[in-house]
Design a protein around this ligand. Structure first.
Ligand SMILES: [Zn+2]
Length: 446
């Protein structure tokens, strides 16, 4: 029997942003051979960043506060649309749009000409300018669509960059609005950074509180059980240890109810009170579906993160797949994007690893035992036998096992990103992970 490797670990660089380890494994070999020991290296990268947490709480403004909030939503929306329009005009005339400072500099004059604009907290208006300039930057750096005009029929929101306080654990102080009743369902630790107040189409109010605790995020450890997850439409998640989790198909189940309510709404006269009531019923039905989906995804992602040390998934291009109109509805219903997002932040919070395997890695075609590639693998084939080693595979479980093996290779080669890697990639869609050269992980690298 080969004894366990002696591990020597050396921390090469310890910057604020990340730590970089080279780990040397020395394996003493049984006597009789020419050489007495063998060694190999693994490189481990651990990234840190300030822990920023978002907590969404429900708030219950009274009648007067509802009125003040409605004015604030209106002012913010008007300013957004006005600034966007002005920026477009300036662009047509000069070839350059308005930046953050130019947008902010318009505020004093606008307040003079539009007197009701002054009723809203000045920082809320400045936040609109900042968000619009960021929306343009995101568009030009190909991360987002071109900023669009806001409508009073959509979800409403305002943002406070500072000045919001939690009072006695049951009230939220908002500048110019007052103390709003709130249900703070969990402790909000750290400094409050930005607070976004939103109103849903069903008339519920929420505050999304961003806090920074000033501490480094947990160091990410990639030592431990790796779970590969393949996502699908028949089953939402298929794991490398052979579990299959159902896709509850929330929209499909509620389809009849949604259709009936939508049809009722379309028959009502525009602008009437009954139309408004019907609109709220439709919005409530949609909200119920969205809540059921979120609840399921939260519970499943929590369980998978709690039971494993490293989570590996494919870096799916969900937006691209949604362009296929035959699948768009089903893909939107299953919620892959939200699911992987939850896995990622939950892993990050727990100091665990989250690895995305390149979407072009042929996880379905390769045999997870011998890495032999099948020439073709049509979607209808659900189970198959490997031509080379003869192992029988379930299509999805084999794909999940391949994703796990690929993540294992990436960790061994030191090219695995962890959960707290960069936040937003520079190109549209998600940043592709580095694809490791396929090598058989079971043979020791000596
Ligand atoms: Zn095989």
């Amino acid at each position: 029997m080969i004894p366990a490797p002696v591990v020597a670990e050396r921390n090469l660089k310890n910057a604020a942003a990340f730590s970089f380890f080279i780990r040397m494994h020395v394996i003493p070999l049984p006597s009789g051979g020419g050489c007495k020991c063998a060694f190999y290296f693994t490189v481990i990268m651990i990234y840190y960043k300030d822990m920023i947490t978002a907590t969404k709480i429900r708030i219950y403004p009274d009648t007067k506060q509802v009125e003040k909030l409605a004015k604030a939503f209106g002012c913010a929306r008007w300013l957004w649309n006005n600034s966007l329009n002005e920026s477009q005009k300036t662009y047509q005339e000069t070839g350059k749009g308005l930046g953050h400072f130019a947008l902010n500099n318009r505020l004093p004059d606008l307040k003079k000409s539009v007197d009701w604009l002054g009723e809203t907290h000045s920082q809320v208006l400045q936040a609109v300018c900042l968000n619009l300039s960021r929306a343009f930057v995101n568009f030009f750096e190909r991360r987002a669509e071109y900023p669009s005009f806001k409508s009073k029929h959509d979800k409403q929101s305002i943002q406070y960059p500072q000045g919001v306080k939690i009072v006695d654990g049951r009230k939220l102080f908002l500048p110019k609005i007052g103390h709003v009743k709130a249900v703070v369902h969990r402790e909000i630790a750290g400094t409050i950074k930005t607070v976004t107040i939103s109103k849903t189409p069903t008339g519920k109010y929420f505050a999304s509180i961003l806090t920074e605790n000033g501490l480094d995020a947990h160091a990410i450890s990639l030592d431990g059980k790796i779970l590969g997850i393949d996502v699908g439409l028949t089953h939402l998640a298929i794991t490398s240890d052979g579990s299959k989790f159902d896709n509850p198909k929330h929209v499909a189940k509620a389809q009849k109810n949604l259709r009936r309510k939508q049809r009722k709404l379309s028959r009502k006269v525009k602008g009437s009170n009954t139309r408004n009531k019907a609109r709220i019923l439709v919005a409530k039905a949609h909200e119920k579906v969205a809540n059921a989906r979120k609840d399921y995804l939260h519970k499943l992602s929590r369980r998978l993160v709690d039971e494993n040390q490293v989570i590996a998934v494919e870096d799916l291009h969900v937006k691209g797949m949604m362009k296929n109109h035959c699948l768009a509805k089903a893909i939107g219903d299953v919620g892959w994007g939200a699911f992987t997002g939850m896995l990622k932040y939950k892993a990050e919070q727990a100091g665990k690893g989250y690895i995305e395997v390149n979407r072009f890695f042929p996880s379905s075609k390769a045999c997870s035992c011998c890495l032999h590639f099948q020439s073709s693998m049509p979607l209808k084939i659900r189970s198959w036998r490997c031509d080379k080693c003869g192992t029988s595979h379930d299509r999805d479980i084999n794909a999940a096992q391949n994703i796990r093996n690929e993540a294992q290779r990436m960790i061994a080669a030191g090219i695995a990103g962890t959960a707290s890697r960069g936040t937003v990639s520079q190109v549209r869609g998600r940043k592709p992970s580095v694809l490791a050269r396929a090598v058989d992980v079971r043979s020791p690298v000596l």
